[in-house]
Design a binder for this molecule. Sequence first.
Ligand code: SF4
Length: 125
Amino acid sequence: MSKQVLEKHKGKVPKTFEELEKLPGVGHKTASVVMSQGFGYPAFAVDTHIHRLAQRWGLTNGKNVVQTEKDLKRIFSKKIWSKLHLQIIFYGREYCKARDCYGLSCKICTTCYPNRKKPVITKKA
Ligand code: SF4
């Protein structure tokens, strides 16, 4: 990848999704992280944590990461996408881990879904 950046982009990281996604090993998620965290462009990268939490929080049906990204972008203002992306990842790593509570324990889910009785089984990214 670094060879391509040097040869095709004069050593500068490209600033468009199209160019980034043409680089070897760079998919839409990585391109979204570079665009938002590197260049300040509003993007909402959906990794495994965000995909899981969005399902547990009832923000998407978890069909796939493409749908999850669409749903989150529809629900939240563009202005907060980049920050929210990081906040959800950190929350997921620290408090809402893949093999933990499944939506029945902490304040977020018990407040939003007081009638929830069964664990939320999330679909993988
Ligand atoms: S109750 Fe809390 S820890 Fe459990 S799934 Fe919901 S947000 Fe995550």
